[in-house]
Design a protein around this ligand. Structure first.
Ligand code: FE2
Length: 418
């Protein structure tokens, strides 16, 4: 007997029933005759693999307004505000805030989260707290931790040693921040160091790379060269690469060829890039986002992150991944029908490749029974309507339910469809 059957779900333009047993998807067919111990009527809603958060900072999340709001909204006031808030950061404080945000995300169908954690702290408070959180939440969300040296590997005392210590303690991914090192030389060396650590500890790499409008910030080319030299490709992720949006086309086109050779992953954070970059511009004002559309057109793997939810750098947000996908459509001008749907993939299947979990991800027989129902018939409608995730299934168990909004005007039901 099946433990769960979801009926009338839309999968790739077909209406199907999905049966679950032993925490796996056991059958997918137009009509499954057996009864399930529990049944859900999807009523034609899209079934989707779970949403994935490719890039967030759970150690700083949910601190907006403490001890003050970032009124200018700039990166610099964010750093100043965080310096104040950082004084009261404790183990319990990080555990509580990170767990709360993971609950928000899981309730909205996000079942895999890659978080960066600042390890330029001799006590590694954030890291130790997030290692505890990762273990405590593992039954309902899969967390990956990036050892992220916010103040630099060479520009902060013992920065590189702290990254290595974090890896020894259990961090899953090697981080770096080359554009924020004191010199170009330090930046180049930090990228090489990250690759050396990745090889030594057999870990993937995710580097905050060129998160600036400065067209002379060219650490992406260093990452690409290291990826080609070491043969690492899909284990390597370049996060942000905002400066790629400011490079002149002659350089950018040459670089794109090298990127194709390296075949690394990219993560853009459209909500944050559009708000934090371009601040030194008057008009015309740059969008501050990497070349998402062109990377996608070149067959490269791009996924999207939220980056910040209610912290000193971005005081808004709920953690619903449909929002960065919606913003990517706009800020990257991906408004074509296939382009909009590609932006949905950037918070689901592409992100699974970034996190290295593609093999056990997807709605197919034999895969883990981790999937969501979205209140829309397809990816395009999900983004257009910023659709709600109505059911979240993890390991064959319904772990979250949300009632979609219902509008009535003078007694008539308004559905926002043609
Ligand atoms: Fe970030």
């Amino acid at each position: 007997m099946y433990s769960l059957i979801v009926r009338n779900a839309r999968l790739n333009d077909q209406i199907v029933d999905i049966a679950v047993s032993d925490e796996k998807i056991a059958a997918i067919a137009p009509a499954i005759p057996e009864q399930g111990q529990k049944e859900i009527d999807a009523a034609g809603r899209m079934v989707s693999p779970p949403f994935i958060e490719s890039h967030i900072h759970l150690d700083a999340t949910l601190t907006a307004g403490e001890p003050k709001w970032n009124e200018s909204g700039t990166l610099f006031e964010g750093i100043q505000t965080w310096a104040l808030r950082k004084q009261s950061v404790t183990h319990a404080d990080v555990v509580n805030r990170a767990t709360t945000l993971l609950k928000w995300q899981a309730a909205q169908g996000v079942l895999h989260v890659r978080t960066h954690v600042d390890v330029t702290d001799p006590k590694l408070t954030g890291l130790k707290a997030l290692l505890e959180v990762k273990e405590a939440v593992k039954d309902w969300v899969n967390v990956q931790i990036v050892a992220f040296p916010q103040d630099g590997m060479l520009s902060y005392p013992q920065g590189a040693e702290l990254v290595e210590e974090a890896l020894k303690l259990g961090a899953d991914v090697v981080g770096a921040i080359p554009h924020y090192e004191l010199t170009r030389d330090y930046g180049v060396e930090s990228v090489r160091l990250a690759f050396r650590l990745a090889e030594k500890y057999d870990k993937p790499i995710d580097i905050h790379c060129d998160e600036t409008d400065d067209p002379n910030s060219r650490f992406l080319e260093v990452m690409v060269a290291e990826a080609i030299r070491t043969g690492m490709s899909r284990e390597v992720t370049a996060s942000h690469t905002a400066a790629f949006g400011s490079y002149d086309n002659a350089y950018a086109m040459k670089l794109m060829g090298f990127i194709r050779r390296a075949d690394i992953n990219f993560v853009a954070n459209p909500l944050i890039n559009i708000t934090l970059q371009g601040r030194a511009d008057t008009y015309p004002k740059r969008r501050g986002i990497t070349r998402v559309k062109e990377l996608w057109q070149n067959g490269l793997n791009v996924s999207l992150g939220y980056d910040d939810v209610m912290d000193p750098w971005y005081s808004l947000g709920t953690g619903a991944m449909i929002q960065p996908a919606h913003m990517a459509v706009h800020v990257s001008q991906m408004t074509g029908r296939s382009e909009v749907m590609a932006c949905y993939d950037m918070v689901t299947s592409n992100a699974a490749r970034t996190l290295g979990i593609a093999e056990r991800y997807g709605v197919a027989v034999g895969k883990p029974a981790d999937f969501v129902l979205v209140d829309a018939p397809d990816k395009w409608e999900a983004i257009r309507r910023l659709a709600v995730t109505t059911h979240v299934i993890r390991g064959g168990r319904v772990i979250a339910e949300t009632r979609p909004p219902e509008s009535r005007l003078l007694g008539e039901r308004i559905t926002f469809t043609k």
